[in-house]
Design a protein around this ligand. Structure first.
Ligand code: NAD
Length: 325
């Protein structure tokens, strides 16, 4: 990138960053994290006592990808009523050689696409190759991105879905239809019985899926729990499963594993960074009956990785604005 600050808006991000671009960027940065070439800084996330909002910063440095920056933003639950998405964020990229601001990149689309890429990377590396049924728990903004990215990894034939608010499911059904996948709204018990791969992407604060509902061989990507207190699955399921995470420090503190750790059901040493599987230093799934669980907490380096792709591709396509500071 040349001099000045590049500005890449939301619409441009959606035009230039594909699901495959996000997959490649997130897979590479998870690998770099596991090999010690990239690290995330401690996350700041505060309830600001206004508009019910959660606001914070996620940042890090990837020495391998030369990406330094911060995503600033959070969650405004009242936005939906204003015709806006609840998650609002902006990514700032800095030149790691000089500290100068390089780019301002809209973070809303990129958050959805990098979060979908995270579960998708876990499916690519951990789910059974013959997985046919995808279970979706959650039907909010992220869920359609999750469904589309998962569908790129396995030859799914059917989607079974459950959401605490069933009136939200028809939107997800239309996404499945567009992908040519059969869709059935089911109970959570039936979802566990049928699904080979499950994605949970809700704002739940209590378990929605119990251990005994999950069949052997399932891969579960728990994507909704990204804050202390949130929870989507039975902690006993983590003791039953082989557990992987984007980042162990976040998994045990703000991720799905926080509850199993607190209850003494698993220890930190029972969790493997998915990057180790990507790098070939951990074998990943070892047999067809193993339950694998990916705790995708969402790390700043994912945001920086996709924002960097957006900046480069937007500039190449002449779709970014460059301003002098
Ligand atoms: P959204 O507000 O659009 O949808 C919320 C979803 O959670 C819906 O399915 C809704 O029915 C369900 N829900 C709401 N309140 C609930 C409750 N009390 N109990 C159970 N379910 C409830 O949100 P979204 O943008 O789709 O995000 C979903 C979740 O994913 C949020 O918790 C968000 O913080 C999280 N998230 C995680 C990452 C990550 O990297 N891991 C990234 C983005 C979002």
């Amino acid at each position: 990138m040349s001099d000045g600050v590049l500005i890449v808006g939301e619409d441009v991000c959606a035009e230039v960053v594909s699901s495959k671009d996000a997959f490649d960027a997130v897979e590479a940065v998870f690998g770099a994290m596991a090999s010690g070439d990239a690290y995330n800084f401690p996350v700041i996330r505060e309830a600001i006592g206004y508009a019910d909002a959660l606001y914070g910063f996620k940042s890090g440095f990837d020495k391998a990808g030369k990406t330094l920056g911060v995503k600033s933003g959070g969650y405004w639950p009242g936005n939906m009523d204003k015709g806006l998405t609840n998650h609002q964020s902006t990514i700032f990229l800095f030149d790691p050689d000089t500290g100068m601001l390089q780019a301002l990149v809209g973070g809303n689309y990129l958050t959805a696409v990098r979060t979908a890429a995270s579960s998708s990377v876990s499916i690519a590396h951990l789910a059974r190759k013959d997985a046919k049924v995808l279970g979706m728990v959650g039907a909010g903004h992220q869920s359609s991105f999750q469904l589309c990215a998962a569908a790129e990894q396995r030859a799914f034939e059917k989607v079974v879905a459950w959401n605490p608010h069933p009136e939200m499911l028809p939107r997800l059904e239309s996404v499945a239809e567009e992908l040519g996948l059969a869709f059935e709204a089911v109970s959570p018990e039936q979802l566990g019985e049928e699904a080979d791969v499950i994605i949970t992407i809700t704002s739940a604060f209590e378990p929605l899926l119990m251990k005994d509902w999950i069949k052997p061989g399932t891969h579960i990507a728990c994507m909704g729990t990204d804050t202390k207190g949130k929870q989507e699955v039975d902690p006993a399921l983590l003791a039953r499963a082989t557990v992987f995470a984007d980042e162990i420090a976040q998994s045990v503190s703000i991720g799905e594993a926080q509850h199993a750790i607190r209850d003494g059901l698993i220890g930190e040493g029972d969790i493997t960074p998915v990057g180790a599987v990507i790098n070939g230093t951990h074998p990943g799934r070892q047999d067809a009956a193993e339950i694998t669980l990916f705790d995708g907490t969402g790390v700043g380096l994912q945001d920086l990785a996709v924002a960097s792709v957006a900046a480069v591709k937007a500039e190449q396509a002449g779709k970014a604005t460059r301003v002098a500071l």
